[in-house]
Write a protein that binds this ligand. Structure first.
Ligand code: CMP
Length: 135
């Protein structure tokens, strides 16, 4: 099933110079870039993106991190894009991510886990509408 997913190469990975390698890994899955930007977001925009996490104890640190510098949001399209990207990303906590996954290779821990990706077709649609409304 061809589908779209929304992905962010987060500020830690951009700052560390890993954006090109991470993007190459996604393209290596056979996924096609449909939109891409280099963007720095406000706290208010972070609140919209992470609306379901606003009350979590880790959210203030996550918000601080996500507004700390430029990131690369993108839309990728292809066969089973959502599941393919999530498998390649690895577990949310980089210390628990399988070897060879993006988070194991580039994540540091806490909110600094290198990438974000949609977890369902519904969240992909909502995130694409928020970040790339013209699409
Ligand atoms: P992401 O996939 O973008 O979804 C929610 C984000 O919250 C997650 O990646 C991490 O960046 C962050 N996060 C989740 N759990 C924790 C935690 N226990 N401590 C700090 N940050 C977290």
């Amino acid at each position: 099933m061809t589908e779209r997913t929304f992905v962010i190469i987060k500020p830690d990975a951009v700052e560390a110079g890993h954006a090109g390698e991470i993007l190459a890994r996604y393209e290596g899955l056979g996924l096609r870039l449909e939109a891409l930007d280099l963007r720095t977001i406000t706290g208010e925009f972070s609140d919209l993106h992470y609306a379901e996490h606003l009350e979590r104890d880790f959210y203030p640190a996550l918000r601080q991190f996500m507004t700390s510098g430029p990131m690369i949001p993108m839309v990728l399209t292809g066969e089973n894009a959502i599941a393919q990207v999530r498998a390649l990303n690895g577990a949310t906590d980089p210390t628990k991510a399988d070897a060879g996954t993006i988070r194991a290779d580039f994540g540091e821990g806490g909110p600094r886990n290198a990438v974000h990706a949609s977890d369902s077709p519904e969240s992909a649609a909502a995130e694409i509408a928020l970040w790339f409304p013209a699409l």
